[in-house]
Design a protein around this ligand. Structure first.
Ligand SMILES: Nc1ncnc2c1ncn2[C@@H]1O[C@H](COP(=O)(O)OP(=O)(O)O)[C@@H](O)[C@H]1O
Ligand SMILES: [Mg+2]
Length: 240
């Protein structure tokens, strides 16, 4: 994990016009960590992810990966730094085959054909079901399989940091477990993960640390154990 660096967000504020979506957010994803970002609908999780990925300009604050300031880099430049996002809602091309979806992801991230081929092999090794279904339309697969495909597409970039925006959305509990188990394997293979979730119990079961985001402000941070035991987290996100 020597080539991994820490992703550091400092005092990040993001506006949509006059509306402040994130206010002074400070958060770190350390080397090799799985960090969960908990927050209800509208808290600002996707805004944070889009800002890290260069799709949204911050009003103020910094985002650094190692010594590199990511603010102002193009989305492609940020992917090339090793930070890839699997967006909320998956955003696949439903009529295209599974493999075409992966290859398209690969072309954005890997200029060379050999790289794309290696990437496919890596993704198929992680998700054998995607190899079996590689000629089927992405939209014909189950929600869980489509989520695996969306994660696979992000992995085509060989990221060092994977940003996963609500992968459990709309999936049955058993499928959520399968997806999160794969996230753990990706992490064990050396990729740091920032995971946005409303499903706190499932997410905390695999996370090392976490933060709680409410109305654009971080209100709590702690280890997996501390958050699982926190009354506010339990009542707001675990439903106890
Ligand atoms: N493009 C946009 N323009 C204006 N407001 C937005 C836009 N995207 C998100 N918002 C608002 O910003 C807030 C945070 O949204 P979002 O980051 O999507 O939260 P989450 O991902 O936690 O559900 C919400 O109030 C949402 O309505
Ligand atoms: Mg969101």
């Amino acid at each position: 994990m020597l080539d991994q660096l820490s992703l550091d967000i400092n005092g990040l504020t993001v506006n949509y016009g006059a509306f402040v979506a994130l206010r002074g957010v400070t958060l770190t994803v350390g080397r090799g960590e799985i960090v969960v970002l908990l927050g209800a609908n509208g808290a600002g999780k996707s805004t944070l992810f889009r800002t890290i990925s260069g799709l949204q300009k911050p009003t103020s604050g910094s985002i650094t990966y190692g010594r590199t300031n990511l603010v102002g880099l193009s989305p492609e430049g940020i992917i090339r730094m090793g930070i890839a996002q699997c967006p909320e809602g998956r955003l696949l091309f439903p009529e295209l085959s599974v493999e075409k979806n992966l290859v398209l992801g690969g072309y954005i991230h890997r200029r060379d054909k050999g790289g794309v081929k290696d990437g496919l092999e890596e993704v198929y090794a992680l998700f054998p079901i995607l190899r079996d279904k590689r000629h089927q339309a992405a939209g014909s697969m189950s929600g869980g399989q489509q989520q695996m495909l969306a994660i696979g597409r992000a992995l085509m970039a060989r990221p060092k940091v994977l940003l996963l925006d609500e992968p459990s959305l709309g999936l049955a509990p058993l499928v959520v477990e399968q997806v999160l188990e794969v996230v753990q394997r990706i992490n064990a293979a050396g990729t740091s993960v920032l995971l946005a979730e409303q499903n706190a119990y499932a997410a905390l079961s695999i996370a090392h640390r976490g933060y709680v985001l409410e109305n654009g402000v971080l209100t709590l941070e702690g280890t997996q154990q501390a958050l699982l035991g926190n009354d506010a987290v339990r009542s707001a996100y675990i439903g106890v």
